[in-house]
Design a protein around this ligand. Sequence first.
Ligand SMILES: [Zn+2]
Length: 442
Amino acid sequence: MRKLFLVVVGLVLAVVGAYLAAGAVASPVIEITAPGEYAGAAIAVEGTVNTPEAPPVAVQVDFEQDGARTTVFSGTVSGPLATTITRESAPGLTIQSGQARIIVTATRRVWGIRDLQSEAIANVQIRLEKPRVSVVSTKHYINLGGSEMIVYRATPFDVASGVRVGDIEYPGYPAAGVTADGVTITDPDLRIAFFALRYDQDVNVPMQLFARDPAGQEATGEFDHLTFPKPFKRSTIALDDSFIERVVPAILAGTTEISPEGATIDQYVAINSELRQLNNARISSMAAESSPELLWGGQVFHPFTNTKVEAAFADFRTYTYQGKQVDTQVHLGFDLASFARTSIVAANRGKVLFADELGIYGNCVIIDHGMGVQSVYGHLSSFAVRAGDIVEKDQEIGRSGMTGLAGGDHLHFTMLVSGQMVNPIEWWDSHWVADRILRKLK
Ligand SMILES: [Zn+2]
C-alpha cells in the first residue's frame, strides 16, 4: 500500500516537474511589421513568429473592431507571417473606417502536455474612403524652366496632394490660404499647387495631379497642359588667376562643407561644382519651411529694372582656364548689375527664412512667399533683415556686393517653386501673374 502511494506521488511529481520544465521552454516570439498606423480595405498583416528551435507553431490572426472579434487566419507558421485581411477573409466579416486591432496569437505545444502562448497586437486606423483628385482650373501653359499654378479638388481632407512632373512632386495647399484682391475661396476641398517644368526636363514629361492618403492609397488625375521649349544661352567663362585667387580663399574660409586640396584652380572647380551642389541642396531644403498661405497677395514680383542683365536663367556655362575646359555648370538665376552697394529690396511680401553666408552665393537672403514659392538674393555686401522677419514688397533687405562666387558687384536673383529653381522672368511679368495665377484664383 505504502509502496503504491510512493509510486503515485513519484508519478505526480514527475508530471508536475515535466509540466514546469515545459514552461521553461521559450514561448513563441511574435513581431508585427505591418500594418503600420493606417490601412485601406485590404489590410496586409506581416511579421514573424519565431522560437529558438524554430518548430512550426500554431498561429491565429484575429480582426477586432467595435467590440466584434473575428478570426481571419489560422495555420502553422515558422518564421515569416504574411496574410491579407479583406471582407472575404471570414464569413460575415465587416471592415469599417475607424480604429481596429489586429491580434496575432501563437501557440507552441511542448512535449504534448503544455501550451505556451504569446500574443501581439497592432492598432490600425482603417480608411475605406479612397482619395480623389480632379482639376478645376483650365489652360495650363508651362515654359521649359518656368512655373505654373493649378487649382484642383482633393478629398478626403487629409490627403497629401499636388502635381507630379516626371518624378518631382509639388505639394498642393488648401486654397483657403489665399488672400488676394477679389479672391474669395470657401470650398474646403479646393487646393492650389505651384509647379514647374525644370530647365533640364523633357517638354513631354508626364504631368498629373495626385492625392495620396496615409494608408498609401493614391489617386491621380489628368489636367490639360501645353509645354513650350525655351532656348537657353551657352557661354564660355575664361577664369583668370586674379579672379580665382580672390574668391577661392574667401569662400573656403567661410565653409566647412568642403576642403579641397591642390592648386587654386582645382579648389575653384571643387567650389564651382561640389559646393554649388551642396549650396543648392541647402536652398532647396527651405521648401519644407514654406508657409501654407499665399503671403504676397498676388502682386507682381519686383522686376529689378534699371539694372544690367549680365546673365539670364539657365545659362549653360563652360569654364576654361589657360585655354583648357575645366568645368561646366548651369547658372540657375539672373545676374543683375547696377552700381556698387545698391539697395536690394524684397521682390514681394514674405518671410525671411535665411540671411547668412552661403558658399558660392556669398551673403544670401532667402524669402518665403508661401505655398512653395520663394526668392533668393546672392552676393550681398550687407544685410538689412534677419531670419524670421516679415518683409513687405520693395522693403530693403540688404546691399549688393560681390561676396561668394562673383566677378563684380551684382545681385544674383532666382525664384524657387518647391525647391526647384525656376525662371524669375515670369514672376516679374504682370500679365503672366494676372493670367497664370490671378485668373485661376478668381
Ligand atoms: Zn549668378
